[in-house]
Design a protein around this ligand. Structure first.
Ligand code: FMN
Length: 357
């Protein structure tokens, strides 16, 4: 007869069962009778159809054809997110020509501009000046060599990074390399709702924030710092030797020891919530963080450094350590730079491999 739509989940909210059909982006407040009926269908105990089934069928909660079993390799949460954020049109109505498209977009932007969250994150702490970025440091590296030289390193030797290298690295990876204004917008009388950096970012929102763990940088006390692209300065958040703390936060990835600097990159969800209300924008935030990570790695490589990156860390503990709430802003990635051995596999791993043979 019929079968249950396989892409459903139920949430209990304000005294109601809210049923989500996450493939079709529909939600229903479900009366208990309807819920019970779905349960009966799920148990396979239905013998005769009734009037509720007719409604369930119309709403596509029951389907006529048994969907072919499609194997999904992760748990249901990722399936909900993947399917639930697919096929989201840019606008609700079909726009018949480019003028309508542009008008719709401009109306949308004008409608949200007064609710714009702060573009730049401010943290209390000691403001630290950085030397002027020295772009000439990039003059020697050939682009193709930089691309080839970037490789994940897992052996760092704790060598000190000069401060002008750190300053340049931060400026080109996370800074406003095009200046403070988004000229193309301001010259055309448009209000900038974002900014431009070396990496692309959805809507120019640049949700990424850089939190530096300084281990070995000339002239900077070891500690935790936040980078301020708006004036190319640092805010010192905590002083201290945090290498052991970092390794602990990174699920004991011991080969991160010896980095000159490590950076937790967080994502400001509140910026994305403001401009892109559908949870598809969560994808964009992750993509943006990935872009900034790649830019950081290429810049560090061009400056003669090795890099190591990880997405494996204790998120909540990291967020507590950084002093961010984990809700409007969440830690998403870690990138590090230092002088190393150009080895992706460290000696300990090689030795263990040999001893296991
Ligand atoms: C999203 C992402 C997550 C990663 N997570 C880890 C990690 O947890 N630990 C690690 O040592 N390397 C991690 N890496 C580095 C990869 O292992 C590395 O990029 C890959 O082996 C390819 O080597 P290459 O970077 O030298 O080209 C990660 C890389 C990416 C892009």
């Amino acid at each position: 007869m019929y079968t249950l739509n396989p892409n459903l989940f139920i949430q209990i909210e304000n005294g109601e069962f809210v049923l989500w059909d996450y493939n079709n982006h529909e939600q229903y407040a479900l009366e208990p009778d309807y819920l019970n009926r779905l349960l009966e269908w799920s148990k396979g105990s239905v013998t005769d159809t009734n009037s509720i089934d007719k409604e369930l069928l119309e709403a596509n909660l029951l389907v006529r054809e048994i969907p072919t079993e499609e194997k999904w390799g992760w748990d249901v949460l990722s399936h909900i997110f993947h399917k639930g954020t697919q096929n989201i049109p840019l606008t609700e109505k079909k726009l018949s020509n480019p003028d309508e498209w542009v008008d719709e977009y401009l109306d949308f932007c004008e409608g949200i501009i007064d609710k714009q969250p702060n573009l730049f994150t401010e943290h209390p702490g000691t403001i630290i000046e950085l030397p002027k970025p020295d772009i000439s440091l990039y003059e020697e590296g050939k682009f193709i060599n930089v691309l080839k030289d970037r490789q994940t390193c897992r052996v760092f030797n704790g060598e000190t990074m000069p401060l002008n290298y750190l300053s340049t690295l931060l400026f080109t990876s996370f800074g406003l390399i095009h200046g403070e204004e988004w000229n193309e917008l301001s010259e055309n009388g448009l209000v900038a709702t974002g900014m431009r950096k070396a990496s692309a970012s959805g809507g120019g929102l640049h949700p990424e924030e850089a939190y530096l763990l300084v281990f070995h940088v000339e002239g900077l006390l070891p500690g935790l710092y936040h980078y301020r692209p708006q004036d190319h300065k640092l805010t010192r958040l905590k002083e201290g030797e945090f290498e052991d703390k970092m390794i602990d936060l990174l699920y004991d990835q011991y080969f991160s020891a010896g980095l000159a600097v490590g950076i937790f990159i967080s994502g400001r969800f509140d910026k994305a919530w403001w401009k892109y209300q559908h949870s598809r924008a969560y994808r964009n935030v992750l993509l943006d963080i990935g872009h900034s990570s790649q830019t950081f790695q290429l810049c560090a490589t061009a400056l003669g450094y090795q890099t190591w990156i990880t997405g494996a860390f204790q998120d909540t503990e990291v967020e507590k350590f950084l002093g961010i709430d984990g809700r409007t802003e969440s830690a998403l990635f870690f990138v590090g730079a230092g002088i190393g051995e150009k080895q992706g596999i460290d000696q300990r791993t090689i030795d263990r491999l040999i001893s296991r043979k």
